[in-house]
Design a protein around this ligand. Structure first.
Ligand code: EPZ
Length: 430
């Protein structure tokens, strides 16, 4: 079993290079299903969710060639739906982007019901609402979602989402790019990865306007063409290093970022007294001994990101006074709080708000990564705790962070990844 072992007490100093954004790479990889020729995608992060998505495409018959560690040539000229082993879909929520991509390519789709991090209810009713509005007939049975359309052609229409959903906005964009006529998505998500997907599709010949606003207009086109494209930097990875620098009271230059994407995190850190210097494609974060308490509520972009929630809670445990973390996107993203309590954190959860009694030193403990972002928050907690913490279930962290241990070690962290033989292996050896 793999573990991450981290000894606290060392401030982070130096430079870190941010990788491509996982949540932009995934929809762009699945969007290649729409294209009957080669695409070359650069700045792809080396993370488990990307590897799994590329395996799903290979199972469908796509040719996927690694050109460098972060560049892939993907050719979906000859692919078939219904060819993917069910288990692969369960491992990751983003596999449901295949619904929109297959609909856009074939006018029909068949995908296993998605899995993903457990934050309580994560329905897909808005996705289904959009597919049906485009003329799709959705059927969910035997654990599969299948969608048919009349004479294999979707018809453009106006869709108003009842709530802001990144996934539903992406899925409907993928389905609508080749629909007959124009589709308008109203109350669309505005995340940078939505813009990145729209830019990729427009580079392939699509006609999408308004991505990044709450109204996206898509004029259907007959065909899309292969292209070369580079993924944007990962704003959540960058934000994670910003908070790690503040928490360890170090000084870190975070390179290869788009500062605009980090504004909500930078603003919150500055409000707390942390210095954040913005450069063209980097930010420099300097920690301080005199941080002030604050309240955070997560919102869809451009609000404070929900994927930066657990990391900020760890920081707030170090700030004297009572701070508040309110989860405004998911039903329940607080499963990580129990892990922090093992370290001495004083946190009470009341509904969607964590009340954090700050200024409490953390002590090392055996910790679990309960989901991707909670897992990286455990690493940050280990970086500032007294003693040596061991974190298990690190495959969840590696779903979305490219070489997090290597990058932290290069900043001076006392951290390593170890493989501990599991009990059966030990029994066998004796
Ligand atoms: C994407 O998930 C991200 N995942 C999540 O990041 C991120 O937390 C989330 O967007 C919000 O930014 C990927 O990009 C692969 P949503 P998604 O649809 O698309 C509800 C990470 O750590 N909802 O915007 O699933 C839903 O239950 C992951 O990288 C409906 O009610 O998020 C949630 O409460 C974790 N009906 C809220 O909307 C629907 O049809 C936001 O979900 C769809 C969503």
């Amino acid at each position: 079993m793999e573990k991450i072992v981290v000894r606290g007490g060392k401030p982070l100093f130096g430079n870190v290079e941010i990788s491509g954004m996982k949540n932009a790479a995934l929809p762009i990889i699945y969007a290649c299903v729409l294209i009957k020729s080669k695409c070359v995608i650069e700045n792809v992060p080396a993370v488990r969710d990307v590897a799994l998505s590329l395996s799903i495409l290979r199972e469908m018959g796509a040719s996927v060639r690694m050109i460098t560690k972060n560049t892939y040539e993907i050719d979906c000229t000859n692919i078939d739906i219904n060819a993917v082993p069910y288990e692969l879909f369960r491992q990751m929520r983003a596999s449901y982007y295949l619904l929109g991509a297959e609909l856009g390519r074939f006018g029909r789709a068949s995908v296993g019901f998605p899995g993903g991090c457990d934050f309580g209810e994560r329905p897909i009713d808005q996705h289904i609402k959009g597919f049906e509005a485009l003329g799709g007939k959705v059927n969910i049975e035997n654990g599969n979602i299948s969608i048919e359309s009349e004479d294999g052609q979707l018809k453009g229409t106006n869709i108003f989402f009842d709530l802001v959903s990144v996934g539903a906005t992406i899925n409907i964009m993928l389905a609508a790019v080749t629909a007959e006529g124009t589709t308008i998505i109203d109350n669309a998500a505005r995340e940078p990865h939505i813009v990145d997907l729209a830019n990729f599709l427009n580079t392939c010949g699509a006609n999408i306007r308004g991505a990044g606003t709450d109204m996206i207009k898509i004029k259907g086109v007959k065909q899309l063409y292969g292209c070369n494209y580079a993924i944007i930097p990962d704003m959540i990875e960058a934000g994670t290093f910003m908070i790690a620098a503040a928490a360890t009271k170090g000084c870190v230059r975070i390179n290869n970022v788009i500062p605009k994407h980090l504004e909500s995190v930078a603003a919150k850190l500055e409000e707390m007294g942390v210095s954040v210097e913005e450069l063209d494609d980097a930010v420099v974060v300097k920690g301080t001994d005199t941080m002030t308490r604050t309240s955070v509520k997560t919102h869809p972009y451009p609000g404070y990101p929900t994927d930066m929630h657990p990391q900020m809670t760890v920081l707030l445990t170090q700030v004297p006074g009572v701070s508040y973390m309110t989860e405004g996107v998911y039903e329940n993203r607080f499963r990580y709080v129990d892990e922090l309590r093992r370290m001495g954190a004083q946190i009470k959860v009341d509904g969607r708000t964590a009340i954090i009694e700050g200024g409490t030193p953390l002590s090392a403990a055996p910790l679990k990564a309960v989901d991707l972002r909670a897992g990286v928050a455990m690493i940050i907690a280990g970086l500032i705790a007294e003693g040596e913490s061991e974190i298990t279930d690190i495959h969840l962290i590696e779903r979305g962070y490219d070489d997090i241990v290597g990058k932290l070690r290069a900043l001076g962290a006392d951290i390593r990844r170890t493989v501990v033989p599991n009990d059966d292996a030990v029994k066998k050896a004796n």
